[in-house]
Design a protein around this ligand. Sequence first.
Ligand code: OFO
Length: 173
Amino acid sequence: MISKKMSDALNTHMNLELYSAHLYLSMSSSANTMGLKGAANWFTVQYREEMTHFFKFYTYLVDQGENIALLASKAVPNKYKSLLDMLEQTLKHEQLITKCINELSEQAVQEKDHATQIFLQWFVTEQIEEENNDRDLIAKLKLVGDNGHGILMIDGEMGQRVFTPAPGTPVMI
Ligand code: OFO
């Protein structure tokens, strides 16, 4: 059993994970319009990962006997100046998610809610990887040059990304 306060906070975050999915799906579409098929692939994979994050929260709340609430989401941006702009927006968004996960973890500790602490542990670790991936791509793009040649090189690398759900992940897509 989890508290109403904890359940509400997890529900709010579950909706933020859905927003993340929509944000990256929109970025995939924007990358495609720029002719960046590799980046479009990378963001589609990111979209699918975010859907698994959403379903992890969904499943946890349902397993705790909660009735989830899907909240109205704000429109996601779909205009970006460049690939670098998209990657920097991605890192900024992931830093926000990290902050939210840390706040949820803090609340679980304060409430002595051990089950939620364990549930959130996966996300604490995942956020290190998420931010790291984004920082790597930004650094590489700046290194090779945010220009035609550099962008095509990074686009090729982004095209290699494959969706591989973590073991035990509920995949409902
Ligand atoms: Fe990108 O980690 Fe979920 O939101």
